[in-house]
Design a protein around this ligand. Structure first.
Ligand code: FUB
Length: 350
């Protein structure tokens, strides 16, 4: 996913002194400040549990022994910390290590973007990590506390693959796991749920890769059905092609419900947008609507959308603190809707 990382990292490094001052190289000022600055955090999945806000981010580290590569090998994260706060704008607490890679029996390397949910008083943390064969799988870990510590299941979720799991529980109690990410996230290696190590990126006129969904079993630890594609269509009902890379899916799925409609949002990756599409049920199809967040400082763009009280918020990240693509910091900004249910794009800088 990171062919352009080197150039962007150089650009980001030259802008470091400005970003440290809270200003970007284009003279723009971030509208939000990092939620924490004592460690690097990214990919924030936010939830409200029992009236309190919990954020499940990746914990970025500067793994100096790991070389930067096109597959994102330098995103070499090794644990998760859960952040919490009583209200937006209030103090943010780092609750310490919630899950360490050494305690995941099947894990090899790279703990990427997680998500969490609660059912019957048990908290479930879903996470992607490469197994010992260097293939991304999705695992689940449980805890009686939203902040952990979480205990990982001995094996990944059977039939899972790729990255960026996000869990959605509908009002009827059914739960769904969405996942997938191309390029370093390996989605291109999976055809009809079968692994093909030679799986390649699509050609520009081919239909783009799609994210995946499976309903979760009652135990929340296994798939209740075969994994299927999540259809994202343009307003004419047509799928996007690979060349529509300012709109097509790349990684970072999120699902939220607003006024009875299902909003599927995601990153376009190499064009760095966060986009969204609306559907009538959790499986879609979802019709493309537009951009939620334009490119931020850094290469990646990743988010969650959550209601807190009567307001909605976009949690996202950029590289304001470090100026380095793999050392990100999570942020939050209010998100608002138009009367027709479309989202007003969030401005990260002004
Ligand atoms: O944090 C590692 C990867 O970067 C995530 O899995 C992607 O969504 C991107 O944010």
């Amino acid at each position: 996913m990171q062919r352009v990382f080197t150039i962007l990292t150089l650009v980001a490094l030259t802008s470091f002194s400005l970003t440290a001052l809270g200003q970007t190289s284009a003279g723009k000022t971030p509208v939000s400040q990092p939620l924490v600055s004592h460690m690097y955090t990214a990919d924030p999945s936010a939830h409200v549990f029992n009236g309190k806000i919990y954020i499940y981010p990746s914990h970025d580290i500067d793994a100096k022994d790991v070389k930067e590569d096109d597959e994102g090998g330098h995103f070499a994260m090794r644990d998760y910390h859960v952040l919490s706060m009583d209200k937006i704008g209030g103090p943010v607490k780092d609750n310490g290590v919630a899950l360490d890679i050494k305690d995941i029996p099947w894990a090899g390397r790279q703990l990427w973007a997680p998500d969490a949910t609660v059912k019957n008083g048990i908290y479930y943390l879903y996470f992607p990590v490469k197994d010992k064969e260097d293939i991304f799988r999705i695992g689940v870990a449980t805890s009686k506390s939203p902040t952990g510590p979480f205990k990982a299941e001995p094996e990944p979720i059977k039939g899972s693959y790729s990255i960026d799991p996000t869990v959605f529980q509908d009002s009827d109690g059914k739960a769904y796991l969405y996942f997938g990410g191309i390029w370093g996230g390996q989605l291109q290696r999976w055809d009809n749920n079968k692994y093909n190590p030679k799986g390649a990126l699509k050609q520009k006129d081919e239909v783009a890769y799609l994210p995946r969904i499976a309903r979760l079993s009652a135990d929340m630890k296994s798939f209740a059905e075969p994994v299927r594609d999540v259809q994202i269509l343009d307003k004419n009902g047509k799928p996007f092609l690979e060349k529509d890379n300012d709109k097509r899916f790349f990684e970072a799925a999120w699902l939220h419900k607003y006024k009875g409609k299902y909003y599927f949002s995601y990153s376009t990756g190499d064009t760095h947008n966060l986009c969204y599409a609306i559907g009538d049920n959790p499986y879609g199809p979802f019709t493309y609507q537009g951009v939620v967040l334009k490119p931020v400082l850094g290469w990646t763009n990743h988010h969650s959308i959550v209601q807190v009280g009567s307001k909605w918020y976009l949690f996202y990240h950029d590289t304001q603190l470090s100026g380095k693509t793999h050392l990100r910091n999570v942020k939050v900004a209010e998100l608002t809707y138009n009367p027709d249910g479309t989202i007003r794009p969030v401005e990260a800088y002004n």
